[in-house]
Design a protein around this ligand. Sequence first.
Ligand SMILES: NC(=O)c1ccc[n+]([C@@H]2O[C@H](COP(=O)([O-])OP(=O)(O)OC[C@H]3O[C@@H](n4cnc5c(N)ncnc54)[C@H](OP(=O)(O)O)[C@@H]3O)[C@@H](O)[C@H]2O)c1
Length: 109
Amino acid sequence: MRVLVTGAAGKTGQAVIRELVKRNTAVRALVRRDAQIERAKSIGAAEVMLGDMLDTAVWQQATQNIDAIYHICPNMHPEEVAIGQMAMVAAKQNGVRHFVYHSVLHPHI
Ligand SMILES: NC(=O)c1ccc[n+]([C@@H]2O[C@H](COP(=O)([O-])OP(=O)(O)OC[C@H]3O[C@@H](n4cnc5c(N)ncnc54)[C@H](OP(=O)(O)O)[C@@H]3O)[C@@H](O)[C@H]2O)c1
């Protein structure tokens, strides 16, 4: 099983990666900055991909050859809905069967 974790360098992302790795799940971590790559590897991500969640091409690449997505949108991001839509379109196009959406969007609204 290979899982894409977005927001992977954040507080929540790191906690999710650690728990998935404990369960012998291979993680592809999506991070935004070069400086976050080594950190994601050090906590056990099998692969680290660099990219901005606002970029459709990033979603296309990130969703290749994975079984599931654990999508952690950045906290209170103004484009949270658009980002989620890009993620879902790419997931469907690439045959990803499981999608977990981690957010506090609705409670804040
Ligand atoms: N932490 C909690 O206790 C908690 C509890 C409940 C729910 N949540 C929810 O979980 C989600 C994440 O929270 P968090 O506390 O883990 O946030 P966080 O520590 O701020 O992490 C967010 C991560 O997303 C990255 N990011 C921001 N904009 C991006 C973009 N456009 N493309 C790619 N990556 C981007 C950030 O990278 P940079 O470092 O480059 O900015 C950072 O690594 C939020 O929706 C939050 O509401 C968190």
